[in-house]
Design a protein around this ligand. Structure first.
Ligand SMILES: [Zn+2]
Length: 312
């Protein structure tokens, strides 16, 4: 092998090593004492938050079954305490399809009532459609998503065991009608599920796109120091601001062209450049599906997610 070839192979090796380390081993990121953030990275997995209470652990988002099984092992390395509660931020499969893995391990699953309502509306059709592509779902032997065992009525549930306060908040219909946030007021940590993501594309199909920024304004008003999104890396309040601005800009751009008589296929959407590094992928790669979804909401005068639609 000549020198240049050898260098090339070495670089390839470096790249493949970097990729596999990123894909398999993003270590839990300790956000504060007893609060860890784990990025999903692969297989469509969502992010996970682990919160240590005096006598037990809370896990935010059940994830897909395959990731839930991995997490049972990972969580043991973080703390010897049992997982008592697993909170589904919303009904999407990458956040909730692992419910039965957690309950089999002794945890109680909980979510806002809107999450169960969404599951009752869309399942088991979505489960069935995802099954063919997901060996981890096939391994459960189940034919439907297990519903959360506890439903939170109203818009708030507070757990406070003297060592820590955890607030489960419903701030309005954004990404889905059941969106739950998890707020640690003392540490000013906010877990958002997909109400805010950091980088990856956010699906709008079940959303109330006009109302979503208003829900995010309530989240911004909490003034979090740490924002733990449903996908992508942890950050600060700029994740909420960026997600909000993106939705406002997208809605306004589609509305302007709809008002001018254009149909989605004729629309060319160029969103303003973000004033920070947030969301570059999403802004650059405007998907036709997102434009169509916003258009549908505008011309129907109803939340996009309330209209008949298929998950795709
Ligand atoms: Zn989602």
């Amino acid at each position: 092998m000549d020198g240049i070839k050898r260098q090339f192979v070495f670089i390839l090796l470096l790249i493949s090593t970097a990729v596999s380390i990123h894909a398999q081993n993003s270590p839990p990121h300790r956000i504060a004492r007893g609060v860890w953030f784990l990025t999903g990275d692969t297989n469509g997995y969502s992010n996970t938050v682990v919160i240590e209470m005096r006598d037990y652990l809370i896990v935010v988002d059940a994830n897909y079954p395959g990731r839930a099984k991995q997490l049972l092992g990972i969580v043991k390395q973080l703390s010897p305490k049992q997982v008592r509660y697993v909170f589904d931020t919303h009904a999407h499969g990458d956040h909730a399809y692992g419910n039965s893995v957690w309950t089999a391990a002794g945890a109680t699953t909980l979510a806002f009532q809107g999450v169960t309502d969404e599951m009752n509306r869309w399942e088991p059709t979505r489960w069935r459609n995802a099954l063919a592509k997901r060996p981890d779902m096939q391994a459960t032997g189940e034919t439907d998503v297990q519903r959360p065992q506890m439903s939170i009525a109203g818009d708030r549930l507070t757990l406070n065991d003297g060592t820590r306060e955890v607030d489960f908040l419903f701030l309005g219909w954004g990404h889905t009608p059941g969106d739950g946030y998890v707020w640690l007021p003392a540490e000013r940590i906010l877990a958002t599920g997909d109400a805010a993501v950091n980088g990856p594309r956010n699906k709008l199909l079940d959303a109330n796109i006009a109302n979503w920024p208003k829900a995010l304004e309530k989240a911004i008003a909490l003034n979090p120091l740490h924002v733990l999104p449903g996908h992508g890396d942890a950050g600060g309040i700029e994740i909420l601001q960026g997600q909000r601005q993106f939705l406002i800009d997208l809605y306004a751009a589609v509305k302007a062209q709809a008002d001018a008589g254009k149909k989605p296929a004729e629309m060319h959407i160029q969103l303003p450049a973000p004033d920070n590094l947030w969301f570059p992928a999403n802004r650059a790669a405007m998907r036709q599906q997102d434009i169509e979804t916003v258009y549908l909401e505008i011309v129907s005068h109803a939340p996009a997610g309330s209209l008949p639609h298929e998950w795709r």
